[in-house]
Unconditional design. Structure first.
Length: 306
């Protein structure tokens, strides 16, 4: 295994064409969904493609979006809701592709053993960050089980506060994406259900400034190849990848392993991803979070640029 890893790293470090343009400014999240960017940066896979990249790591998709729309970043990662909001406002940004997804990465967590089904949440306090795809998935889950938003008490909370609120008894349950549910399990919480099976794969996306995308096709292609190297590394050396992510995020290895298992890592913009985005866009329209459904690209239309 060690010999194979050394050979892989040597091949990845083989000198490539160096681009003379200014560094690509890349903003990404310190979340489980950003495994490919984390590995690519740690293993210097962008440099191996001759690409000079300066990175900024944020704790949320909206922060990455702000860096992108303010001109502080050329390319950024963000969740589906954040991306759809930016695209719906006709800002000079374009959707590139998804680098992760996973309909099982959103989970409903409880501590009370008496809560055994979704129906048991009637009249209960549920913590969730409103206006997100998690929120939309939760509403669908309730509806699927004969409940409406009025049948429960939805408490708008940031993910960082959900576990403490559950332990303190301020809420009876919460819905969140990984790694928050796995971290809650370490504090005696348990899963009631997931938001899977509701027709949404909750893609995590790469979005870029339109001007950068149009003016730097070679750099864009090199950027994607760097992420492809990270994807190959993840598939070949999953344990090493988990260690890199655990170190970067400063989280226990067991949490990282469990949370990563609930994600699918890829580089694509296929019909499955676009259908999920359109579904979330409809929800955001219903909630009046966006005023219009943004125009989405055709499947793989951006990725054909080499």
């Amino acid at each position: 295994m060690k010999k194979k890893l050394i050979l892989f790293l040597i091949l990845c470090a083989w000198p490539m064409l160096s681009y003379a343009a200014e560094p690509l400014r890349f903003a990404f999240q310190n979340r489980i969904g950003s495994v490919l960017p984390i590995i690519a940066v740690d293993q210097r896979f962008f440099a191996a493609e001759g690409l000079d990249v300066t990175t900024q790591m944020f704790s949320s998709g909206p922060a990455c979006a702000e860096a992108l729309t303010s001109g502080a970043a050329d390319i950024a990662t963000m969740g589906d809701t954040t991306a759809l909001i930016a695209l719906s406002r006709n800002l000079p940004v374009q959707l590139l592709f998804s680098h992760a997804s996973g309909e099982q990465r959103h989970r409903v967590m409880v501590m009370n053993p008496a809560l055994k089904s979704v129906e048991d949440l009637r009249g209960k306090r549920i913590g969730v960050k409103k206006g997100t795809s998690t929120y939309g998935g939760l509403l669908k889950l309730l509806s699927r089980n004969g409940l409406t938003e009025q049948d429960v008490r939805l408490i708008n909370l940031r993910p960082a506060t959900l576990i403490e609120a559950l332990q303190a008894g301020s809420i009876d349950a919460f819905a969140a994406s990984e790694p928050t549910p796995s971290m809650a399990e370490m504090r005696d919480a348990h899963q009631l259900t997931t938001l899977g099976g509701l027709g949404n794969h909750y893609p995590i996306l790469i979005v870029g400034q339109s001007r950068y995308i149009n003016d730097h096709p070679q750099q864009l292609a090199a950027f994607r190849r760097g992420l492809q190297r990270a994807l190959t590394f993840l598939h070949r050396y999953p344990q090493q990848a988990e260690k890199i992510v655990a170190t970067t995020l400063n989280l226990p290895p067991d949490v990282i392993k469990q949370a990563m298992a609930r994600h699918a890592y890829h580089l694509k913009l296929d019909q499955e991803i676009l259908t999920s985005l359109a579904d979330t866009g409809d929800f955001l329209l219903q909630q009046k979070i966006i005023r219009q459904q943004p125009k989405l690209p055709q499947p793989e239309s951006i990725l054909v640029r080499k």
